[in-house]
Design a protein around this ligand. Structure first.
Ligand SMILES: Nc1ncnc2c1ncn2[C@@H]1O[C@H](COP(=O)(O)OP(=O)(O)OP(=O)(O)O)[C@@H](O)[C@H]1O
Length: 258
């Protein structure tokens, strides 16, 4: 299921503004890769370039090459919907469909893909909720609204919704920033389990979180306001946090800037 993502010379623009420049990195399957760096250095822009969400904004475009197991994500022959289905995304704020039940939230993507059989939907719903460590908490109220869950439960519901369609890669944009420490711990445990099956890329402002959950860490930064974000250093997480190769990385992780 999990696939390797390769970025070669990826540059992304909002109109004339170059937000990131020349990002080259390989993201290994069945691993967690954290993207860290000061505000505005382009972490989210890079993340959204991976599943072609960036281009949704008017005037936004991506240059360079992004591949998933060697297949060009931006190839003209590629179906954008298929890309977004195979590269799922979890956002900062839990965003369950507010009027839908827990069950309908989880199977929404499967229904969009044409799955209709009740047994198959039931099985997929249970499997995704179990995988998201939410089943026991919601199994007796599947028909109740997803919006009635706590913030942390809603985020796990969104993760269940994302993995129900069995993506190959899961992108997470600060998935815990709206959650309390206990819910954050539950999501971090879940991320650790999910990496057995998925390639996970997580943007986080929380350095301890990056150190706890990721195998590799990419440090992005900008030289000055108006400049594009660049990848400064990318290495195994323990190295980035104990013995970084770049002074800028060290300054950032020790809190000297950012
Ligand atoms: N919709 C947009 N239109 C124009 N510029 C944008 C847009 N979104 C982001 N930018 C700019 O692109 C640059 C990179 O933004 P991005 O959100 O990717 O950074 P980030 O590292 O994820 O920041 P943060 O940590 O604050 O979320 C910033 O200068 C930002 O102002």
């Amino acid at each position: 299921m999990a696939k390797r993502i390769e970025a070669v010379g990826v540059t992304a623009y909002y109109g004339q503004f170059k937000a990131i420049e020349d990002i080259t990195m390989t993201i290994e399957p069945r691993s967690v890769t954290a993207l860290i760096g000061p505000s505005g250095c382009g972490k989210s822009t890079f993340l959204r370039s991976i599943n072609r969400m960036h281009e949704v904004l008017p005037g936004a475009r991506v240059e360079g090459r992004l591949t998933m197991d060697g297949q060009d994500i931006y190839d003209r022959a590629v179906d954008v919907t298929a890309v977004r289905r195979s590269i799922g995304m979890v956002f900062q704020r839990p965003n369950p469909f507010p009027t839908m039940s827990i069950y309908d939230n989880v199977v929404a993507g499967l229904r969009l893909n044409g799955l209709r059989k009740k047994n198959a939907l039931d099985d997929a719903c249970e499997k995704a909720l179990k995988h998201a460590n939410l089943w026991d908490e919601v199994k007796n109220r599947l028909t109740k609204p997803g919006a009635g869950l706590s913030g942390g439960q809603q985020q796990r519901l969104c993760i269940a919704r994302t993995i129900a369609v069995e993506p190959q890669v899961v992108l997470m944009d600060e998935p815990c920033s709206a959650l309390d420490p206990i819910s954050t711990g539950a999501i971090e445990d879940l991320i650790f389990e999910l990496k057995n099956d998925y390639t996970i890329i997580i943007v986080t402002h929380n350095m301890q979180q990056a150190a706890r959950v990721s195998d590799r860490t990419a440090f992005f930064s900008i030289s000055q306001t108006g400049d594009p974000g660049r990848l400064i250093e990318y290495d195994v997480t323990s190295k980035i946090f104990t013995n970084p190769g770049e002074k800028r990385t060290e300054d950032y992780i020790t809190g000297r800037f950012g």
